[in-house]
Design a protein around this ligand. Structure first.
Ligand code: ATP
Length: 240
């Protein structure tokens, strides 16, 4: 069953088309890794899906419901949630306040304050600390926890490892393991191809604002992904 359907989507920055002709059907529980060079349009696409950047053309359907014109908070309430690049925490609020502010109303939710802390135990001793005083890896864990509190059906994760040490990146992915196992539908932007292919079911390669290849993670070689990544330029070992 399709959870997220993207139909002919286009997003712009002024006159510049950040992405165009994006069509993709994402099944319930599927994990998609969106890869591509800097400027390929990945971040703008995730922000557009989340409703924090306007759609200029096309449609976004969540479980068959057209959410294209809904503002971000309405989409989040329906279960479409973004963990933005750069985390965007409330830095002068405590960790606990950052988490509780996102709690979704309703009964029988999988994720609540207690279950989020079980999944992210490193936050327990930090609950009273101002979020801005935490390390990058810890802040990323708060951002993930805050997104989980909304009980997302589709979670959009934008470069969760950006700017973190290798150890902190490992910590963040350890934190995400339970989420990946929980059946939540995930769209993840990840520069590290090794990591992208190890967590995703499908890889979607973007180049200059368009999808240029889609394949099952186990069936696309690194060389093949890099070819799409850089277009027809020579393969390079600089990314991942
Ligand atoms: P990165 O990995 O660097 O984040 P990306 O694949 O996420 O790259 P975007 O950040 O979505 O790509 O950028 C897509 C295009 O839109 C690029 O040409 C970029 O220069 C442009 N762009 C991004 N943000 C803005 C902005 N705020 N104003 C104007 N142009 C922008």
């Amino acid at each position: 069953m399709t959870t997220l359907a993207i139909e002919g989507l286009e997003g712009r920055h002024g006159l510049l088309r950040a992405f165009q002709d994006i069509s993709l059907e994402i099944a319930a529980g599927e994990k998609i890794a969106l890869v591509g060079a800097n400027g390929a349009g990945k971040t703008t696409l995730l922000r557009t899906l989340a409703g924090v950047h306007p759609t200029t053309r096309g449609r976004i359907l969540l479980d068959g419901v057209d959410v294209t014109r809904l503002p971000g908070h309405r989409r989040a309430a329906l279960g479409l949630t973004l963990v933005p690049e750069g985390r965007k925490l409330f830095t002068s609020m405590t960790v606990e306040e950052n988490l509780r502010v996102a709690l979704a109303a309703g009964r029988d939710r999988v994720w609540n304050f207690e279950t989020v802390l079980e999944a992210l135990p490193q936050l327990k001793p930090k609950l009273a600390a101002m979020a801005g005083t935490l390390s990058g890896g810890q802040q990323q864990a708060v951002a993930i926890g805050r997104a989980l509190m909304t009980n997302p059906r589709v979670l959009l994760l934008d470069e969760v490892s950006l700017g973190l040490s290798p150890l902190a990146v490992q910590g963040v992915y350890d934190s995400l393991k339970r989420l990946f196992a929980s059946g939540t539908t995930i769209v993840l932007v990840e520069q590290d191809l090794q990591r992208a292919t190890s967590v995703a079911d499908r890889i979607v390669c973007m180049l200059e604002g368009r999808i240029v290849a889609v394949g099952r993670a186990g069936e696309m070689s690194r060389a093949e992904i890099l070819d799409h990544y850089f277009g027809h330029q020579a393969r390079s070992g600089t990314h991942g």
